[in-house]
Design a protein around this ligand. Structure first.
Ligand code: ZN
Length: 407
């Protein structure tokens, strides 16, 4: 069976094919480390970690890049609020907490983890390329992307330019200088005291979306296989990324598969800092193992808007215990055939757009058979193998918990 993944571009499941045979380039939008990250971030990164591992198991050589947006309005706002505290210090402090959380959940570290501020020359160069082909215009030190020059704008979100124009534009900054309502900043002048860099348009700093474009094109090439991120990034961030990359490179499509995870909710409301309804992984980890949290997060499909409650997490405690107990019966050195019925059922579930809830149910049933003594020969070994593909540390999956801090 072939691997089917849902792409937001086209809004459908399609057979996964990579640009280069046997290789997958994968870019996942990282955090803006101006404050704490929450379980919703872990939801995204654990799922993309499982996808990365599954693609590797399927034989692809995967290169996974995740960025850090360490220069933007929020970073500057926190720096000002904290009396001009250096942005790098704020970034490093919050990033260390996120990294500790993800390490505890055995999330493989990215092959590259670029900070936007380390890519200013590439950001300037990409902006210049867009200007050179007439896709952007400069006004008194600000550079705007000219949305009218990119008729495919809106395609990812399945919305026409005309309809988009009627919506409120989250990138409404410097409206008075823009030619079109939907135009967005590639480069911007700064206020006195804000971090800035020299550029052909004068001192300034990047717009938000151009950072991801410059980093992904530098680290993965002009066309990539998979771009991941939260559904809240679909517009305008990812729409902008497509417009920028395809204008700069002249190549279409920039990305083969756009994968968006759902928004984790708390009592039916999306977790967000502004609402103050955050559940933090770091507060759960003293009471629940990383594997327990991984089971919880993978127990929901990545595209669903899962609803978190402490009861639903607690209910999984016997389930993770059962999987771990059954795993003890496995021989870590055993070679598991891909034709084993358990592996076939497991991979059929994963091939269907990463149906991790079903994959985990298949593992649960196998664990039940192992524990009550009705399993087939080799079933415990196959169970361990499948759990390892999903990244569970108890099953020996490589990753930080098992001492593998390298990508
Ligand atoms: Zn991004």
């Amino acid at each position: 069976m072939s691997l089917q993944l849902f792409s937001s571009l086209g809004n459908a499941k399609r057979e996964f094919r990579s640009i280069v045979d046997g290789k997958v380039s994968m870019y996942v939008c990282g955090v803006t480390p101006y404050d704490v990250t929450h379980l919703g971030h872990a939801f995204s990164y654990v799922h993309f970690d499982a996808l990365r591992r599954y693609l590797s198991w399927r034989g692809f050589d995967v290169r996974y890049v995740q960025n850090v947006t360490d220069i933007d309005d929020d970073m500057i706002m926190v720096s000002k609020r904290e009396g001009g505290r250096p942005i790098a210090e704020i970034r490093d402090e919050n990033d260390a907490i996120l990294r500790r959380d993800l390490d505890a959940m055995n999330v493989l570290r990215p092959h590259a983890y670029p900070f936007a501020t380390d890519y200013i020359p590439q950001i300037i160069e990409t902006t210049q390329r867009i200007l050179d082909v007439g896709g952007a215009y400069a006004v008194d030190g600000d550079v705007f992307f000219d949305v009218a020059a990119f008729p495919r704008y809106g395609q990812l979100n399945g919305i026409t330019l005309e309809a988009l124009g009627k919506l409120e534009n989250p990138e409404s900054k410097r409206e008075e200088k823009k030619r079109g309502h939907l135009d967005f900043l590639l480069w911007q002048t700064t206020e006195p005291g804000e971090p800035n860099w020299d550029s052909p348009w004068g001192p300034g700093r990047p717009g938000w979306s151009i950072e991801c474009t410059a980093m992904s094109m530098t680290l993965l090439g002009e066309q990539i296989d998979i771009h991941g991120g939260g559904r809240d990034l679909k517009y305008p961030h990812h729409e902008n990324e497509i417009a920028q990359a395809e204008t700069a490179s002249g190549r279409d499509p920039f990305c083969g598969f756009w994968m968006h995870n759902g928004m984790l909710q708390l009592e039916g409301v999306k977790m967000s800092k502004s609402l103050g309804n955050l559940v933090l992984a770091r507060n759960l980890l003293p009471h629940h193992s990383g594997d327990h949290l991984r089971l919880y997060l993978l127990g929901e499909h990545y595209r669903s808007d899962a609803n978190y409650s402490s009861e639903s997490l607690e209910l999984l405690r016997p389930r993770i215990d059962r999987l771990q107990t059954a795993n003890v019966a496995a021989d870590p050195a055993a070679t598991v055939q891909r034709s084993h019925p358990l592996i076939r059922a497991f991979s059929a579930a994963m091939d269907d757009d990463m149906n991790t809830p079903l994959a985990l149910e298949i593992l649960d049933r196998a664990a039940g058979r192992v524990l009550d003594g009705t399993s087939d020969a080799g079933e415990a070994d196959a169970l361990r193998s499948a759990a390892s593909i999903l990244g569970f540390a108890f099953a020996g999956a490589r990753g930080p918990v098992n001492g593998d801090l390298n990508a």
